[in-house]
Structure formats: structure tokens, C-alpha cells
Write a protein of this length. Sequence first.
Length: 289
Amino acid sequence: MQVQSKRTEIKRIIKDTTSLPTLPGVIAKLAELGENNRISVHEMARVVSSDQVLSAKVLRLVNSAFYGFSGRVSTVSNALILLGVNVVKSLAISSSIFEIMEKNVVGLWEHSMGVAVAANVMTKRLGLPEPEETSTAALLHDIGKVIIKIKLQEDYGHLAALINEKGLMMIEAERELLESDHAEIGEWLGRNWLLPEKLIEPIACHHDVERSNVHQTKTAVVHVSDVLIKASGFGYSGDDLVPLIQPVAWKKLGLNEQLLASIVEEVEDKLVEVRNFSLEIQSNNEPKA
């Protein structure tokens, strides 16, 4: 009964939007406009730009290392044209959560950024479609951990103890303690936020690529990117264990050792930019004297 009540509690927290970090009021309007194919990009940009703080956050993320535009996107309209409505909407929605990560879960923030960079590099290197959407799925892949950290603080402490005591991966400790895990919690959150399925599925299945059906290529990229960044030691996702790349993902992406080595080399170069970006954000978040 105790286990079931914990699972129910997590679902209740996610359904109760007032218990989550405050999302900008323009999000509902943006979601509504996204359903109307006749709405122009400029009209959507006007809605996002009406919230100056939100538009600044979106532009900061768009110009960061994991999209590769490095300072070239100066307006929300440009961002919408380059990245598409789904990506900008997802960045807008996630900006509030990531503000909390930047301040409170820096290791996870850096890990998430690293995985987004790796996903972008891999998607482009393999000639796969929609590299920006895949990068966004990668950026959000561990969003469930943020919910556990900020809304289930006592459980988060118990998870850390369990990981240390038993040498578990975080997802194993989550399943033992919560009878759920961050991938499933991220899926619930994505559905609550009405994110597109092409972002939800990689979040839900990045630890079990075989379970991914419609968007298995994107899921495979996020999975492999997650493993590569854990192996690199960049950021901290909650445990130090590096899982093996799942054979289904290796096969789906047509990887070989030589190709993977060249992807890793390019990713490592870009991680220097990500580190600088993270340090810049942390310095901006420090209280002013």
C-alpha cells in the first residue's frame, strides 16, 4: 500500500500544476496557437516576446553550444524559423525548470547540456533529420530527476544514500524506493505539458530503447549521448555508473567503433563551450553584493 501511495503522490504532484515551478502565462497561449496551422511565425514570436524574461531565456538557450548557432540568433522569430515551433515551445516550457536546475542541481544541468550537445553532433554526423528537436529531447531527458529533487526532497536524500550503500544506478534506486523512475516521471510531465510525442518518447525510453516504437531513432541518439556524457565525466547525473550502449540503439544508428570515436572527439571539443556557458550562468545567478 505504501509503494502504491508513493506512485500516486508523484502523479498527483505532476497533475497539480500549482505545485510545480511557475510556468509563464504565455505557455497556454503558445500551445493554443501551435494547434492552428494558419498562425504565422511572427504572430507566435510576438506572443513569446511579450514576456521579456521568457524570450531572453529562449534566446540564451538557442544560442548555446548545443544548437551550434553561437550568438547568431537575435530574435524569437529567427529562433522559430530555425528551430521550429515545437522546439521553441519546449524551450519556453522548460526554461522555468532549468532555472531551478541552474541554481540547485548544477551537476544535472551540466549533464543535460552535455547530452544535448552530443545528440546534436551525432544527429548531424549521421545525417539524421531534425537535429534541433533531438537536441531538445536530450536536454529534457532527465527532467524527471528535477521533479524528484524539488518536490520529493526527502526521497531524493534516501535515493542518494541507497545509491551509495548498494552501488546502484539512480534509475534502479528510484524503482526500488518510488516504484517509478525519472524516465516515467519525465513522460508524465511531458504529457501534462502537452509536449509533442517526438520529445516525450525519447524522454520516456532513453533507458530502454527497445520500448520506443515511433521515434526509436531519436530515442537511440538520446540513449547513446547519455552514455557518452556519463563516460566523459562531464556534469553529474546522480550516480557514477556508466551503462553499456544497448545493442538495439547501436544497430538502429548503424554505429561502429571508428565512427563513435570521431563523434566523441567532436563532442569533447564542444564540451569546453558548454562548460564556459554553465560557468557564465552560475556567475549570473550568484547574489549581487
